[in-house]
Design a protein around this ligand. Structure first.
Ligand SMILES: [Zn+2]
Length: 216
């Protein structure tokens, strides 16, 4: 992806290119104005791939916000916030296929501010609690996120009575692998998959292919 003068990238408005060019003659960097008021020169590649989205104020807010509010960045809510962002935006996270890979996103003010996230969902220290989405196909956004125990989450997700994985259409079989099935035109199609995350990803793909969405 290319950027040009006038584009917005996160908090940055892309201004004029600097005089320096790369060896191949393309633009090396742009003068940018950040929403916080700072001016900053940003490498054109880092803008194009969205690696840089502020003058640096975004990262500073995240870290200082966490310290100021709760003293430590290893508290339960902070780790939950980080985990949520990682599942949705880091393709190397092992759960990414079930979150970011399926288009699950995080409400932008929560991405930008841990403080804002806590204001909206509340600060909990009970170790049994973790973040739960009320509509499991929905995003992490106000109204769809709460703190819940593992039991409450499982109940929320419970599929059929004979389902032993908590995910519709994915059943653990006697061999320890998973049977992924979907009903199409009254006929049941089943495929066997070794890994649970692969099985869930397959089920979601089949839902989209045959039903057109993950919300039949
Ligand atoms: Zn800034």
């Amino acid at each position: 992806m290319q950027v040009t003068t006038g584009d917005r990238v996160g908090r940055l408005i892309v201004g004029q290119p600097t005089r320096k060019t790369r060896k191949n003659g393309t633009i090396k960097a742009f003068e940018c104005q950040c929403d916080c008021g700072s001016n900053v020169v940003v490498d054109a590649y880092n803008l194009a791939n969205r690696h840089t989205q502020s003058c640096g104020c975004l990262q500073r807010e995240r870290t200082s916000g966490a310290k100021r509010l709760h003293g430590a960045s290893h508290t339960k809510p902070y780790l939950a916030w980080q985990g949520m962002l990682d599942r949705c935006y880091n393709p190397k996270n092992k759960s990414y296929p079930l979150y970011g890979g399926r288009g699950v996103s995080v409400y932008l003010p929560w991405v930008e501010s841990y403080t804002r996230f806590i204001e909206d969902v509340g600060y909990k220290t009970d170790p049994r609690l973790s973040l739960d989405r009320i509509d499991v196909n929905g995003n992490y956004e106000p109204g769809n996120v709460r703190w819940a125990t593992a039991t409450e989450q499982a109940r929320n997700r419970r599929a059929r009575h004979d389902n032993n994985t908590g995910v519709n259409g994915v059943v653990r079989n006697k061999c320890g692998s998973f049977d992924v099935s979907i009903r199409v035109d009254g006929k049941q199609k089943t495929r066997r998959v070794r890994d649970f995350l692969d099985a869930v990803a397959l089920r979601y793909r089949l839902e989209r292919e045959h039903w057109g969405s993950n919300n039949p």
